[in-house]
Ligand binder design. Structure first.
Ligand code: ADP
Length: 367
């Protein structure tokens, strides 16, 4: 187990592509940190730099306070699980598991015991004499994890390890990995482009875009209080509703889809501001409910998900997405009145996209 520190780590590839702008990140002992962001945002580059498979162009990297920026991969004591598992197809599961230990000259008795405990942990006992082509995707994935575990590394690095699994297996493997993490408490950096996977796995979420960290924090804090409009739309399903409006001439109110709401405290008259509302913060207005931010809308689209229906309504020329119970009688074309729950809202600057105000909590944001 280990602590990892990245200080101003940058990467410019030979082609001139700046893949990473200065990245600062602290990973505490035993944490599961998930790097998430759209394809091409620099997640794999950062993970490969931590593994030592790619050199950084600037900054430094420390494991347990020891600088390892120029340490070769084999001396970093990290284990990486790749997207394609990178198993040796001609070796049995047992041989794959013990390969790294053999290369290090670990005595046979110790190898056997390490392999036995990893196989037990991952339910691989009955598969030890098979070869990778005789295994399912999920089983291969477990062997790849097992190969990392037997080495007892300081740091686990996982690069989209579930991307070759179908949706059902992906969900169950995710649960397995979380259970394993709870038992081993191994410091882990996990890369995914899937924000749902990221939310469900992370102790700490690192949201990236264009080679820059957008926000670091606990998943729920980021969900409730995104640092900017990109994070608001990338994290959470469905994406946050964003409503662009102008602050009134006296600076006190904002007209949001025909209802007047108090303006964010830091806004000035004439500023463009964007109200952010999650789907669960919009409801069908019940007369007498005391709600006072009501907008008229028309139902456009219903997407049944089983337990609820994602419903898109058109209000003031803008799509709003909300959740309705699956028992709803509403149909496309129906006129509705929607109550906006402004106490849960966040405000962004429409110009910079940065968070202006939230009623929930302060954020640690990297502009
Ligand atoms: P992600 O893992 O988030 O999809 P990557 O780290 O793979 O992103 O890539 C980040 C950026 O660096 C992209 O623009 C990608 O095209 C570029 N890149 C990645 N690897 C190389 C390479 N070996 N040479 C040049 N550019 C690269």
């Amino acid at each position: 187990m280990a602590q990892l520190s990245l200080i101003g780590v940058t990467k410019t590839y030979g082609s001139g592509v700046q893949a990473l702008w200065p990245i600062d990140l602290e990973v505490s002992d035993g944490q599961m940190v998930v790097l998430v962001g759209p394809s091409g945002c620099g997640k794999s580059t950062l993970l490969r730099i931590i593994a030592g498979l790619e050199s950084s162009s600037g900054g430094s990297l420390l494991i347990d306070g020891v600088p390892v920026t120029h340490t070769p991969p084999k001396d970093r004591d990290v284990a990486m699980v790749f997207q394609n598992y990178a198993l040796y197809p001609h070796l049995t599961v047992r041989e794959n598991l013990e390969f790294g230990l053999k290369m290090r000259g670990t005595p046979r008795a110790e190898r056997d015991s390490q392999v036995a405990s990893a196989a037990e942990l991952l339910g691989l006992n009955k598969l030890l004499d098979r070869r990778p082509p005789q295994l399912s995707g999920g089983q291969q994935q477990r062997v790849a994890l097992g190969r990392a575990i037997v080495r007892k590394p300081k740091l686990f690095l996982l690069d989209e390890p579930f991307s070759n699994l179908d949706a059902t297996l992906r969900a169950s493997t995710r649960t397995e990995l979380l259970r394993l993490h709870r038992r081993l408490h191994a410091t882990t950096v996990f890369v995914t482009h899937d924000q749902i996977e990221a939310m469900s796995m992370a102790d700490v979420l690192v949201v990236m875009k264009d080679g820059k960290v957008q926000q670091v924090g606990a998943p729920l804090d980021i969900y409730r209080c995104p640092a900017n409009q990109f994070v608001a739309q990338f994290i959470g399903f469905p994406a946050m509703n964003l409503i662009d409006s102008g602050v009134s001439a006296n600076g006190n109110t904002v007209d949001v889809l025909g209802t007047s709401v108090p303006s964010p405290s830091s806004a000035s008259p004439g500023d463009r501001v964007t109200l952010g509302l999650r789907a669960e913060h919009i409801a069908i207005h019940k007369p007498g409910s005391g709600s006072n931010h009501i907008v008229s809308a028309k139902v456009i689209l219903l997407e049944p998900l089983g337990n609820e229906i994602l419903t898109t309504c058109l209000a003031g020329g803008q799509d709003l997405i909300m959740r309705l119970p699956s028992s709803t009688n509403l149909r496309p074309g129906h006129e509705v009145r929607l109550a906006l729950s402004l106490e849960d809202a966040v405000w962004f600057s429409s110009e910079s996209g940065l968070l202006l105000q939230s009623h929930l909590m302060p954020v640690r944001a990297t502009p």
